[in-house]
Design a protein. Structure first.
Ligand SMILES: C[S@@+](CC[C@H](N)C(=O)[O-])C[C@H]1O[C@@H](n2cnc3c(N)ncnc32)[C@H](O)[C@@H]1O
Length: 222
């Protein structure tokens, strides 16, 4: 990992208030349960929080919970009466996240639904959910399908974020046989002609290495 990127992240985190007991608890319990440390970085969590807050998101959907670290950041952006649904495949992850959300005093606004996200998404549509903000951060091979569902489930003007779209620059590898990379590449191939969203992608460096995210707004009239 690039030491300067990591140290600059630590400097920003210290100056901008990107840690507290509940967030530290989520990271600690994940490590204790031998879960992979693939949560967003603190400053990325805060970015998600600020974006959701900035658009006044009242209904948030997260695909990929892990231990609930990004979930805590996002749920804290909700106004009174807001709610968040987070989808997680691994029973252990869902269990640890549920405990961490209780610890963070967010259990009343967050619902953790365990199981394959692709199976839950049609249920959310059938239940009539409309989201203001969707954060996609689960298995990357299914990203195009998640993105398509996110558009269907989001209000016009709603925001969709897809994490880990750069992967150290591997996104450029046209011949890759890595299914996760193929998933991200399929997303960008379809985005070129997708009039349902206005989208950009941003590269990032930091304590989590060299990666990036895509940010989309669902266009009006869709
Ligand atoms: C990168 S981690 C999520 C990190 C979390 N958003 C954070 O920043 O704290 C990805 C999560 O997606 C989950 N996942 C993988 N495949 C999935 C699927 N098909 N459906 C739902 N969740 C899945 C993994 O078990 C893992 O917990």
């Amino acid at each position: 990992m690039n030491e300067t990127w990591t140290t600059v992240d630590q400097y920003f985190d210290a100056k901008t208030g990107s840690a507290d007991d509940a967030l530290d608890n989520a990271l600690r319990t994940a490590a204790e349960a031998d879960m992979p440390a693939i949560n967003v970085a603190p400053n990325q969590g805060k970015l998600l929080h600020l974006l959701a807050k900035g658009i006044g998101a009242k209904r948030i959907l997260e695909i990929g919970t892990l231990a609930g670290y990004s979930t805590i950041w996002l749920a804290r952006a909700l106004p009174e009466g807001g709610s968040l649904i987070t989808l997680e495949f691994e029973p252990l992850h869902a269990e640890v996240a549920t405990a961490n959300l209780e610890y963070a005093e967010l259990a009343d606004v967050v619902q953790v639904r365990q199981g394959a996200a692709i199976a839950h998404l049609p249920d959310l549509a059938a239940e009539g959910f409309v989201f203001d903000f969707v954060f996609i951060d689960a298995d990357k091979r299914s990203v195009p399908e998640y993105f398509d569902w996110a558009i269907k489930l989001t209000r016009p003007g709603g925001m969709i974020i897809v994490d880990n779209v750069v992967r150290g620059g591997a996104i450029l590898d046209e011949a890759t046989d890595d299914q996760d990379l193929q998933g991200i590449r399929r997303l960008f191939d379809s985005l070129a002609n997708d009039g349902r969203v206005s989208v950009t992608a941003v590269q990032t460096v930091g304590g989590k290495g060299y990666d990036g995210f895509a940010l989309a707004i669902k266009t009006a009239g869709q």
